[in-house]
Design a protein around this ligand. Structure first.
Ligand code: PLP
Length: 435
């Protein structure tokens, strides 16, 4: 390819299929990936001229839609100053601005911000914070994590160890990962017996347990399950009683997706450590963060290492921090609560026809998250084809067809997205039709 020459869609497809790993992908890929030429607002424009309404928000991230002028301007302005500079011994305005905004919007008491470069790394850092905290306190035996089954926390070794070990996407790794402690998946509705048993487990394991880590309110990639917020309060109380830290992984749920700024806010609970990512930069840049209390910050710093032993090359990337700050300022300046409430209404109305399909076992909506659960695993190719034919971009997995559209989605956008979800579900029914 001559330097600087544009690639044709065919060349992109050939190079992609020959050389590039996609998420959880294989060589050769079972189907070629669609080539996206550009994206703006809620629309993806494909190289073949088709336009799709994005139901995925780029995996929970693009809350303001694509090419938002405020975020574009923030990126350009920062590019004119510096795109990156090392964070060891140096600091800068974008990091300071974003850290201040984050400590303002997260639950009171989360004061220290570690900028990580992906959600998985922010979970690694959360786990290390918890373990280092107890080492500093002279309790090195407290190094395990307790979580509930059905969760998903990322793809690197630490987070994989707290994903669902039975049937979860990383269960093949179970025998080589750190041995963690698992409680059953919480039922959707509040069950006092479940809470009692969880506390019994926690009290029995407290000597070895550094922290409980959970996805609050919504278990995402582990099954798109929702649960009663009172479990979060129960966890907080149990952790306090048994001397265990509490980590909330808000990477998917954070920044308004569930109808509150954070899922923790539904229960008015403050975890000791919180992970955020995905929508942190409005889906523009790869950035995540791990926040912790000042007490943890002090205790870790007083320990044997004299600080937190993590420091990635691209820590607090200025470009990402500038866009993150602009995204957060944009979010709080808008009536995002009404936008998400409208998403909830639009998803609920648009998905209602799915109940009539013979292969649908559940339809559930929470904030800007809509889920159709089928009675059998989807064939991803035919389900995606059906969605694309209906004008929507979706990425079904296992038995789930789900969406988390940008907050700026119009009623028409939502009608297309939910229509695509119902079409995808229908395509999987015996004798169903993709359209
Ligand atoms: N935690 C949760 C709850 C997630 O949903 C995800 C990603 O889907 C992650 C962690 C991992 O984030 P990343 O893909 O940015 O590494």
């Amino acid at each position: 390819i001559p330097a600087g020459a544009a690639l044709t869609a065919r060349q992109i497809t050939e190079i992609d299929a020959g050389h590039i790993w996609h998420p959880y992908g294989a060589f050769p890929p079972s189907t070629p990936s669609l080539v996206v030429e550009s994206a703006s607002g809620t629309r993806l424009r494909l190289a073949d001229g088709r336009e799709l309404v994005d139901g995925m928000g780029s995996w929970w991230a693009a809350i303001h839609g694509y090419r938002h002028p405020v975020l574009d301007d923030a990126a350009r302005a920062q590019l004119d100053r510096m795109s990156h500079v090392m964070f060891g011994g140096l600091t800068h305005e974008p990091a300071a601005r974003l850290a201040q905004l984050l400590t303002d919007v997260t639950p009171d008491g989360l004061e220290q911000v570690f900028f990580a470069d992906s959600g998985s790394v922010s979970v690694e850092v959360a786990m290390k914070m918890a373990i280092q905290y107890w080492r500093s306190k002279g309790r090195p035996g407290k190094h395990r994590l307790l979580t509930w089954r059905g969760g998903y926390h990322g793809d690197t070794m630490g987070p994989m160890s707290v994903c669902d070990p039975d049937g979860g996407m990383h269960s093949m790794w179970s025998d080589v990962l750190p041995r963690q402690i698992f409680a059953p998946t919480p039922p959707r509705d509040y069950d006092p017996d479940y809470v009692l048993n969880l506390e019994l487990l926690l009290s029995a394991q407290a000597d070895e347990t550094a922290a409980v880590i959970v996805e609050p309110l919504v278990q995402g990639a582990g099954g798109m399950r929702f649960h009663d917020p009172r479990y979060l309060q129960a966890l907080r109380d149990a952790c306090d009683r048994h001397g265990v830290l509490l980590i909330f992984d808000e990477i998917a749920t954070g920044f308004g997706r569930t109808g509150r700024m954070f899922a923790a806010d539904h229960a008015d609970v403050r975890p000791d450590i919180m992970c955020v990512g995905k929508a942190l930069t409005g889906g523009y840049m790869t950035l995540a963060a791990t926040l912790c209390t000042a007490e943890l910050g002090r205790a870790i710093s007083a320990g044997e290492a004299g600080g937190l032993m993590h420091g990635p090359t691209f820590m607090a990337n200025p470009l990402a921090c500038a866009v993150g700050a602009a995204s957060l300022e944009l979010l709080v300046s808008r009536d995002w609560e009404t936008e998400v409430a409208d998403l909830e209404d639009g998803l609920t109305a648009g998905l209602a026809p799915a109940w009539d399909l013979p292969n649908v076992v559940d339809v559930r909506v929470l904030g800007g998250i809509g889920v159709i659960e089928l009675d059998a695993p989807v064939d991803m190719v035919s389900a995606t084809d059906a969605a694309v034919a209906a004008g929507g971009w979706l990425r079904p997995f296992r038995t789930l067809i789900y969406a988390m559209p940008p907050y700026i989605s119009t009623p028409d956008d939502l009608a297309t997205v939910t229509g695509a979800m119902v079409a995808a579900a229908a395509s999987q029914a015996q004798g169903g039709s993709p359209g």
